[in-house]
Design a protein around this ligand. Sequence first.
Ligand SMILES: Cc1ncc(COP(=O)(O)O)c(C=O)c1O
Length: 308
Amino acid sequence: MITDYIGNTPMVRIMSYDKNELFVKLEGNNVFGSAKDRAALYVLTNLLNRKVITKEDTIIESSSGNMGIALAAVGKQMGLKIKIVIDQSISKINKSLIKSFGAELIEATEADSNGSYLKSRLKIVQDYLAIHEHVYWFNQYGNDLVREAYRETLGKEILRNVPDVEYIFVAVSSGGTIGGIAEAAKSYREDIKVIAVDVEGSKLYEPSTKSIKHFTGIGSSVESHNFKSADIDDHIIVSEIESIKGLDELLQNEQIFLGESSGCVYMGAKKYLDVHNIKGAKCVFVSHDRGERYFEMIQNLKELYHLH
Ligand SMILES: Cc1ncc(COP(=O)(O)O)c(C=O)c1O
């Protein structure tokens, strides 16, 4: 089965930067295209095995893209009914992929005062749960199983790939990925530093920011349970312009074509090493997915920011 091939993604040594060694974990090599494949497979398998859900149940989730695709694909393979709550910011390709895997889409149309749809997507989920039975909310923002999934899969894999890693850089949104990686890292060696990378315009570390965020996947307008539970040592913020330049750098220097949040976390790692004058360290950054899903968006942003 295709889901047997989720995980065991490449860990590539990309370069030395100011005497630091930099490795990238290429999560876009997962079979449905992102790190979220791991959480979908791990959590749904766990729930079915423990009979918390059965094949008669519907799984609902709010997602801007990768989690929706992963749940739709993994759920289809497991014979589960999947409903994904999306909003207008979703790309055409993500929308049609989710549909093609047979999931049902519900579209949130009301933006909040920040222009974000997250709160209205979550309200749709709550309203649905209130009137329907046999529905399970996957809830990547608050489900402890999501952190457990990343601890047991991605976290342990990073430590097997680079056992003497000193810094791990991870993009944040719901906080599930970084939370699980931090749990694995801290129980392996307490001195491993786990650094969150966020994009300008996200409210996780700068709640009163007025910057506009165009990137999807990374950043959030609300601090979730999984984010608050994550044992994060420090953070760094990167602008969209810097992130796009990072994507070009990776393409030109390493021939690796990644998505928006990966450009952000790559530049975040370099910036953090500079700001803290760190030299000779072994560093891993996690790339959540690949570049194809964002191609059009990045071209539009290059025009907006005059980056041609
Ligand atoms: C491309 C991308 N990067 C980063 C993240 C952040 O991961 P998390 O929500 O686990 O914090 C996501 C989450 O959807 C994502 O899709």
